[in-house]
Design a protein around this ligand. Structure first.
Ligand code: UT7
Length: 376
């Protein structure tokens, strides 16, 4: 039987750090509120594009796997942060890497995009469509964050990481996936200002405003990630005590603790990065996976649970069995150019270009109406 082993991994974290104190300079918030409600202390703000972050992460993952970019069959760009919708972002990564033979797919299921991408690429390898793939989880949320809204502005950060999957006869890689979507609550997490629903109704594309019902999302996230985790363990015949590591989506420390409790796994086995990177949406799971590998938390044969949750409201939980190798075969020469501005300077620049006037008009926009019509 063919499996899809994870043979390479690499992250690319932008260096500029935005602290809770930085956020307090322009929002009515505090380090005490953010830390106690979310566990977050810092997040990163990128000075480069999401394609650049992805390219460096993918190049590191390929070097780690010892795979030449020219031999890559497929690139999946998982995330919602795109410079343009046409051409897609995966093609930009393909070009920058020189992965000239690779197919290039953008996959958007919001925060679960990396895990959905991992499942998709695994299925394609296991059924013989391709022999290998690069799967990226990336976000550049700072560029379209509504920096005037404290309900969301304190929660998110930028970052990227990638893995390489290769066909293998050894039982490893993703062994089970439970995927789903609580679409009845899809309106609780929405970024307005992208997409055809906004064409011709007086909105400047890119002038985004966020709908975010934190309490509903919180409850749904805990329930869906916990239930999906219990189901994927049952599907794979693995008891919760046999799980070696949990690498969850990092939206809120309290959500992570609740999911671990329901899934029956102690917090000592859970990788937590939310304090230093915040919620990077699609990038949280692969960045935390890289951290787990780089700090020796993953050992040969480790059973890893990956629950995630995001806009849609999509959810999933994956069970991964690690292969034999936990050290990189090589290192990439690619790196980011240095940042010339602080994170706060970059955010203030974005804020200065956001139009509070245009933003107030968004409340009158059509998408709910379109959605209701589509249902009847
Ligand atoms: O990645 C996608 C999935 N995302 C998630 O899973 C996020 C899920 N939701 C959450 O993590 C939490 O609901 C939040 C962290 C977003 C909010 O925490 P909460 O404990 O649910 O707070 P809340 O929304 O109930 O707000 C409590 C109070 C409110 O004030 P009042 O009405 O009690 O006077 C808010 O206005 O906290 C206020 N508040 C803030 N105060 C200071 C909201 N945001 C802030 C802020 N700073 N940044």
């Amino acid at each position: 039987m063919t499996y899809a082993a994870i043979t390479g991994w690499g992250d690319c974290m932008p260096p500029a750090v935005l602290t809770n104190a930085d956020l307090s300079t322009f929002l009515d918030t505090s380090d005490e509120w953010i830390t106690s409600r979310t566990g977050m202390k810092e997040r990163r703000v990128s000075h480069v594009t999401a394609i650049e972050l992805s390219t460096v992460a993918a190049s590191r993952a390929l070097a780690c796997a010892g795979l030449d970019p020219a031999d890559v069959d497929l690139i999946i760009y998982g995330g919602v942060s795109n410079e343009e919708l046409v051409p897609n972002s995966a093609s930009g990564v393909q070009y920058a890497l020189g992965a000239t033979r690779a197919a290039a797919i953008d996959l958007n299921t919001a925060c679960t995009s990396f895990c959905y991408g991992l499942t998709t690429a695994t299925a394609m390898i296991r059924t013989g469509v391709i022999r290998n793939a690069v799967v990226i989880g990336v976000e550049l949320i700072s560029r379209y964050m509504d920096w005037s809204n404290r309900n969301v502005a304190v929660l998110f950060g930028d970052g990227a990481a990638a893995v390489v999957l290769q066909a293998s006869e050894q039982e490893s890689g993703v062994l089970g996936s439970v995927l789903g979507c609580d679409a009845d609550a899809r309106q609780t997490l929405r970024v307005r200002g992208f997409g055809t629903g906004y064409a011709g109704v007086g909105v400047t594309l890119g002038d985004t405003i966020w709908d975010f019902d934190g309490q509903v999302i919180f409850k749904r996230a805990v329930k869906a990630m916990a239930e999906a985790s219990i189901k994927v363990l049952a599907d794979c015949g693995v008891a919760s005590e046999q799980v070696d590591l949990v690498i969850p989506h990092q939206a809120n420390l309290r959500i992570i603790e609740a999911v671990a409790k329901y899934a029956g796994v102690p917090m000592e086995k859970v990788i937590v990065t939310v304090q230093k990177y915040g919620n990077m949406s699609a990038a949280t799971v692969p960045v935390a996976l890289c951290e787990a590998l780089n700090t020796g938390r993953v050992t040969p044969g480790s059973r890893i649970l990956m629950p995630a949750f995001g806009g849609g409201l999509t959810y999933c939980s994956l069970l991964v069995k690690w292969g034999d190798r936990v050290t990189p075969l090589g290192a990439s020469a690619m790196s980011l150019p240095p940042a010339t501005q602080t994170a706060l300077e970059m955010v203030n620049h974005i804020r200065a270009n956001q139009d509070p006037h245009g933003r107030s008009a968004h409340g009158l926009m059509a998408p709910e109406f379109v959605e209701v019509r589509a249902h009847h």
